[in-house]
Design a binder for this molecule. Sequence first.
Ligand SMILES: Nc1ncnc2c1ncn2[C@@H]1O[C@H](COP(=O)(O)OP(=O)(O)OP(=O)(O)O)[C@@H](O)[C@H]1O
Ligand SMILES: [Mg+2]
Length: 301
Amino acid sequence: MRRDSDSGPARICVTNAKGGTGKTTIAINVAGALNERGRDVLFVDLDPQGNATEGLGLLEAYDAEPPTFFDVLTDPRRREDVDDIIVEHEEMDVVPSNIDLLQAEHELTIADLIARTKDRSDLTVDPEMLASFAINVRPDGVTGPHSLGVLDEALAGVEDDYDYVIVDSPPFYGKLTDTGIYATQNILIPALTESTSERAIELLIDQMSALEQQTDISVRTLGVVANRVEKTNEDETMIEWFNEVFDGYPVWEVRKRVALQRAFSAGQSLFGYEKDVDMCEVFLDIADELDAQFGFTEVKA
Ligand SMILES: Nc1ncnc2c1ncn2[C@@H]1O[C@H](COP(=O)(O)OP(=O)(O)OP(=O)(O)O)[C@@H](O)[C@H]1O
Ligand SMILES: [Mg+2]
């Protein structure tokens, strides 16, 4: 089975810089639904908090000694070692987060400064001096006008093995989140049905435009997942607002369900934990829509 067009897996970043909107929950369960549909999924936990790594029962990997995902992202000599850090989960393969990722934002910022100042003859910035503040970043390893290509480069090494790459992003705008969006160029947005989501979505739209201007990418929105929906008036109002702002894009509704928390504690998606929960239908709908948007035609056995 292959897609109609394009090569390599479909890449998706589940993102919203507002904390606690359900990025990790939605990412894990969309990955579980895609697996249920027979797709091979690589799950990437780009959040230094490591919630998805924990929610997939892989805490040991979070505490693993170097080399880890941090080294893959910050040291070009380690980029191709990404295969060595992939761990297997019953439903998907996982690039686990690691406690060292807490340092990645700092490291990628230094790499970015080196990239931006390298060819500036009007500045007297010594790249070696900047690199002296970093652990892995070296001036000769920084190429191009920015440092956002690191995840894209790492994924190139594993590309042909998977149908989908699902990236769970951190709850802040910064280099890590930008590398996730740069590598995938497709975003799925979980948002709570409360008024605070309006500002979060507006900022996200602004941020995507800024990233598109800074780099050569164009970011595609795949849809919005209204999460923890309880059917109050506020929920209804916000779902209407999502539909207005994202006119023409799918807006799914995931209800508040303890089964999602229980599945997380059990280290699985709903599909590995309790398949008859009603929300499985919603996640399968999302999987089908993603298959359609990415041109996967044949249903795998
Ligand atoms: N639909 C839901 N029903 C019930 N609980 C949910 C639902 N979605 C998320 N939760 C719970 O809400 C909390 C936050 O969810 P989650 O960790 O997925 O959000 P997040 O956006 O990844 O957070 P962060 O911004 O910290 O990365 C978790 O305890 C999770 O179990
Ligand atoms: Mg999270």
